[in-house]
Write a protein that binds this ligand. Sequence first.
Ligand code: TYM
Length: 354
Amino acid sequence: MRVIRKWVMMTDTKSNKPMNRIFSGIQPTGNLHLGNYLGAIRNWVMLQDSFESIYCVVDLHAITVPQDPEMLRASTREVAASLIAAGISTERSILFNQSCVPQHAELAWIFNCTARLGWLNRMTQFKEKAGKNRENATVGLYAYPNLMAADILVYRATHVPVGEDQKQHLELTRDIAQAFNSFYQKDVFPLPEPQIFGSATRVMSLRNGSAKMSKSDPSDYARINMTDDADMIAQKIRKAKTDADALPSEKAGLVGRPEAENLVGIYAALADREVDSVLQEFGGRGFADFKPVLADLAVAQLSPMGQKMRELMENPADIDAILADGAARAAAIARPLMAEVRDIVGFLGTSTDH
Ligand code: TYM
């Protein structure tokens, strides 16, 4: 598939260990939606067959905005269950929640002392999330990208599959890795590559083709949740905003029609086809024809996952055990890296976590 073909599975000649390692994360805040699925999770599932993969439910990131403790716990389990239902293998991949591996926070502090205010000031996501009342935003929300860099680099991950909205944070991660390596004159961290691929790297709201589909949109009709049942999915697609024109036969005809572009992109991603080929099939036909076909496809792919997720949620203790096992495996990778970093930075002694 597309990008994967370009990858070469490199091996360290001395240790004979694979040198490519994937890391990615997702916030346990509210419902996972089609944007998370098509922009990230589906790619995670695909990549785990070929690469050592570490997937993380980022609860430390979640508390950069206020969270109800019980809701946060429940959401962490739900997101883990959704990932497993979507096909993340807890044997082949490592799945855990971030706060259980304290090396993330430890390395993030060091990166707070590496990244520059000027770099963080450029982060558009902080500006969006903090809104007008910036003085009242938490320091954690501001330093959020430094923690993200720590998530990735504490495993020396080389590839990070994400949606397009995370691209700027990944660029900052590379800047931090480079600045640390250069200050200490050591080749400690790789410069990780964002893996942004598929025809739905930025899934838009179903109510407004110019706004990103997001967990925080006040209208539930703006997004398709991974837990929506078949009727709800079909209803949301039926009600999705469109224009009155028929679909074009070529991509150029989608310019200036963000809602049409979004629905075609979603269809192409779900069907694993190119947008051009979808337009060749549906060009000239109206949304009254296209929407039911899209709804059938979305229901066929998403509703079994919703069902599986609900089944998994019947045994929360099993999910907790999976996450604990994942955290132990993740910590086994993060600890030696952190010991090395402590030494490089000049900290005396060993961490009590070792
Ligand atoms: P989060 O929780 O907002 O989203 C998780 C993943 O879903 C992708 N995504 C989308 N893709 C396409 N269209 C959309 N509308 C859409 N909405 C979300 C995101 O790009 C992301 O890949 N900061 C991250 C979590 C994180 C992380 C990391 C990611 C923390 N540490 C380290 C990678 C590596 C976030 O808030 O994602």
